[in-house]
Design a protein around this ligand. Structure first.
Ligand code: PMP
Length: 378
């Protein structure tokens, strides 16, 4: 057969292939979840302390007979508990399977313009994955040299805005007045503020909800409520925004929240004293860790989260990452432009942080004496 004919047949075949109809995506890469015991895991910003004791009570006492029935699709009980906690009406709260689920649903619901959605070049690396998944165009204005958001970049035409506050992985936090300026300039876009880490010393934008119908604030139980494994996230906004979000959810899956999770979530929200104690404890450990890291010649933007984004002034982050990992200490490192020099270190217990700091101290000392020796030999 002539080569030309073979090529034509091949092209026809390729055109017909089922593979041409695939939605091709590059998935988000979550932090490693080592299955080994006895590791120090500071790579996914989990809380090192258990959830409120009442959560365990719910799990132990759960009446399995109730599992015969579907859970409440409106998740009324948990939404009411959250509404009370934040001084809102139940109709202003939406819940989902972790804030990833809530954010994914929000991208699908609110970002349907031809104009690009805006989020910073350095931020939660799931935002561009959802945008690509839903074929939403986007632009990523760069953070300034101190990893701060330049608010002027969010005052041009856009199809929506999503900003993490505090930002991840930098830990940098802005005041609500900063977002209010952005909101004032953007009455025609939905502005999402992702407050996954707000409970560790930041000030929430929730009070702005009353004044800005287009503001959606997203929070999670995964960090400050020690319940990453339970998967609960929620959004707060005007009743109108929440209704649109519910319309999409109910067009997708009515029962995203299971019966056990709903009860456990309520138990957590009802123990405010425990929540305050745990977040204060992590905040204190973070402040202490900052001092020790600075003494070891690390530099970092001031963090208001349960992690520190730190770069050593002389030793490359990849080298430190490998050395820590070889000693069963897991932190996060991205080999990406602008942030390749940094390690994101989640805040663990005091004991865990002491082990990490001692390890870094010894490692850096070892390097210093090796350098001295080799310069003497020159
Ligand atoms: N937003 C930010 C900024 C995060 O870092 C995370 C955690 N990876 C999430 C949202 C999602 O958290 P979850 O789905 O566990 O609620």
């Amino acid at each position: 057969m002539a080569a030309e004919k073979i090529t034509k047949i091949r092209m026809e075949k390729e055109k017909m292939s089922w593979e041409n109809n695939i939605r091709r995506v590059v998935p988000y890469v979550a932090g490693e979840q080592p299955q080994k015991q006895n590791v120090i895991k500071l790579n996914t910003n989990e809380c090192p302390y258990p959830p409120a004791p009442e959560v365990e009570g719910v799990l132990r006492g759960f009446d399995c007979d109730t599992l015969r029935k579907y859970p409440d699709p409106d998740v009324q009980e948990l939404r009411e508990a959250l509404a009370k906690r934040h001084g809102l009406d139940c109709g202003q709260v939406f819940v989902g399977v972790g804030s990833d689920d809530v954010l994914a649903m929000s991208f699908l619901t609110f970002f349907n313009s031809e104009k690009p959605v805006l989020f910073p070049d350095i931020t939660y690396s799931f935002y561009d994955v959802w945008a690509d998944l839903y074929k939403i165009s986007y632009e990523c204005p760069p953070l300034d040299e101190n990893f701060q958001i330049r608010k002027e970049d969010y005052m041009k035409e856009n199809g929506g805005i999503v900003l993490a506050n505090p930002n991840a992985p930098t830990g940098v936090c802005e005041a609500p007045s900063f977002f209010e300026e952005i909101l004032r300039k953007n009455p025609d876009s939905v502005v999402i503020v992702d407050e996954a880490y707000i409970d560790f010393g930041g000030e929430s934008c929730v009070p702005l909800i009353e004044r800005y119908e287009n503001l959606l604030v997203v929070q999670t139980f995964s960090k400050s409520r020690s319940m990453a494994g339970m998967r609960i996230g929620y959004a707060m906004g005007s009743k109108k925004l929440i209704r649109f979000l519910n319309d999409v959810k109910f067009s997708f899956n009515s029962y995203t929240m299971n019966a056990v999770t709903i009860k456990a979530g309520v138990a957590s929200v009802e123990n405010e004293e425990y929540f305050k104690r745990i977040t204060a404890k992590i905040t204190a450990t973070r402040e202490y860790t900052k001092k020790r890291l600075a003494a070891l010649d690390f530099v970092f933007p001031d963090s208001k989260t349960n992690f520190i984004f730190a770069a050593h002034q002389r030793v490359p982050a990849q080298e430190l990452f490998d050395a820590l990992r070889a000693n069963e200490i897991y932190v996060r490192h991205w080999n990406k432009p602008r942030i390749a020099d940094y390690l994101r270190i989640s805040i663990g217990t005091d004991e865990e942080m002491e082990t990490v700091l001692k390890f870094l101290e010894n490692y850096l000392k070892g390097k210093q004496s090796a350098n001295k020796k080799s310069s003497r030999n020159l």
